[in-house]
Design a protein around this ligand. Structure first.
Ligand code: NAD
Length: 476
């Protein structure tokens, strides 16, 4: 049993009623358990964050930057532990777990730099009207609740924690119940750095704990990453209290491949876009649109590439793809295989769970999927790729945009002018041209349509935790 809640600078045992099992998905077995935080403990965490706010927001920006650099440094010192824990609890292959850690480190370093630049952002505002002066002050939003999912635990939390702390907010973080141990590193680092008590609090638990946080009237803002169904509940609680919310939700993103592409290179991009993290990515490019001229050749090579992937336990084998992270996710993906069979989809690769211990499925490809298939329209969150063919650029754009989601897209073409034109026409928050899933901390992250509200990363990620105040003075 693990002590796993960090409230007001102390580690405490959970007093909730849920016992949370922490599983190794490659074996389908638990390796730790913990008691969830109670509603009263969530309240204590919010109260601690409120109590710490005044002093924290009045620290100098350079002092906050020093703490953020400390987070980056301390994450690096825990490298092996954090990589192993992600492999064991998420089922990530080693190289993916390493990239996640490096992403989290880069995020803290980047927001340390932005924190240092904060004083220069408070500036005079020139007025056309005579007799007045005005100046802007960027202030922290206040006490922020951060609710995150399980697929990139270190990264998603870093994308919220680093800008929130840089802005001068105090926070209560609720990690996913599927991966509750990984983000404990942030509490341990807060301890090691002597971060003032209450600035960062962590409460673990399931839906009840998340709801206790998102309904709490002591928050000034909530930032949520997760599914659309929970996101809409979080938005309802924000609307009941008229407070701001950032939502990073699901996706059903397109990868558009024109027939001037090098087929082997395109196959590499397509495979990475659907099998990285076993396809459990909000940004998975799970709808392949391929131009008629290369469609047959590309689908044949894609089938071979998916069938040749090494799928296995990342802790004991060298693998390209690990298991799905939870049994619930495994059952969900398996239910889409059943739907595909009922719909009579043309399966070129996979389409089944693996007959072995753990929560493994085969990398899967369905070809010529009808537009109204559930597999074409719904987020599956697994290594399941659906393909359709197109003839013209206009058709590709129309089909790519025909989705209730709008998170990301990839465009592959040797004609860069065309690729840029298509990128501009796609209704999404982020487009990759001739690359796949490359996320840099300086660029924004977030979606249009059903993929969410607001942006993370870059200066936009910092603004999400700031409020603009103007001070206008009459000179007369
Ligand atoms: P989820 O919505 O089930 O859970 C997310 C978090 O919300 C967890 O911490 C969970 O405990 C908590 N929660 C559950 N019920 C709650 C409630 N009623 N009130 C408040 N909190 C509650 O999502 P998941 O299964 O953990 O993650 C997968 C989803 O996340 C996918 O849809 C994926 O696309 C999305 N996601 C989006 C992004 C992005 O940047 N857009 C990134 C990663 C994941």
């Amino acid at each position: 049993m693990t002590t796993s809640h960090y409230i007001a600078g102390r580690w405490v045992e959970g007093q909730g009623s849920d016992c949370i099992s922490v599983n190794d998905p490659a074996l389908g077995q638990p390796f730790a358990e913990l008691m969830a935080a109670s509603v009263a403990q969530v309240d204590q965490a919010v109260t601690a964050a409120r109590g710490a706010l005044h002093a924290w927001k009045n620290t100098s920006a350079s002092e906050r930057a020093t703490y953020l650099r400390g987070f980056a440094e301390e994450l690096g010192q825990r490298r092996e532990t954090l990589i192993t824990l992600q492999m064991r609890n998420n089922g990530k292959p080693r190289h993916e777990a390493e990239i996640d850690l490096d992403d989290a480190i880069a995020t803290f370093s980047y927001y340390a730099e932005l924190a240092e630049q904060l004083p220069s952002k408070n500036r005079d505002v020139p007025l056309a009207a005579p007799g007045f002066t005005a100046r802007t002050r960027l202030e922290p939003v206040g006490v922020v609740g951060l609710i995150v999912p399980w697929n990139f635990p270190l990264v998603t939390s870093a994308w919220k924690l680093a800008p929130a702390l840089a802005a001068g907010c105090t926070v209560v973080l609720k990690p996913s119940e599927v991966t509750p141990l990984i983000e404990q590193a942030y509490g341990q680092i807060a301890d090691a750095l002597g971060l003032p008590a209450g600035v960062l609090n962590i409460v673990n638990g399931k839906a009840e704990t998340g709801a206790a946080l998102s309904n709490h009237n002591g928050l000034d803002k909530l930032s949520f990453t997760g599914s659309n169904s929970v996101g809409s509940q979080v938005m309802r609680s924000a609307s009941a209290q008229c407070r701001p919310v950032t939502l990073e939700l699901g996706g059903k993103s397109a990868i558009v491949v024109f027939d001037d592409c090098d087929v082997d290179q395109a196959v590499e991009w397509i495979v990475a876009g659907i099998t990285w993290n076993a396809g459990q990515m909000c940004s998975a490019t799970s709808r392949l649109l391929v131009q008629d001229g290369i469609a047959d050749a590309l689908l044949t090579r894609l089938q071979a590439a998916l069938e040749n992937l090494r799928v296995g336990n990342p802790l004991t084998e060298e693998v390209d793809m690990g298991p799905l992270t939870s049994q619930a996710q495994w059952l969900k993906v398996a239910s889409y295989f059943a739907t595909a069979r009922e719909e009579g989809l043309h399966c070129l690769a996979g389409g089944k769970a693996l007959d072995r211990d753990g929560w493994f499925v085969s990398p899967t490809l369905y070809a010529d999927v009808p537009k109204d298939s559930r597999l074409w329209t719904e987020e599956i969150f697994g290594p399941v790729l659906c393909a359709r063919r197109f003839a013209t650029e206009e058709q590709a754009i129309a089909e790519a945009n025909d989705s209730r989601f709008g998170l990301v897209a990839t465009v592959c073409s040797a004609d860069l002018e065309r690729a840029e034109r298509v990128a501009d026409a796609l209704e999404v928050g982020h487009v990759w041209i001739n690359s796949v899933q490359a996320v840099f901390v300086e660029t924004s992250w977030g979606g249009t349509k059903g993929s969410g509200i607001g942006r993370e990363l870059g200066p936009w990620g910092l603004s999400a935790y700031q409020s603009v105040k103007h001070v206008t003075r009459c000179l007369g």
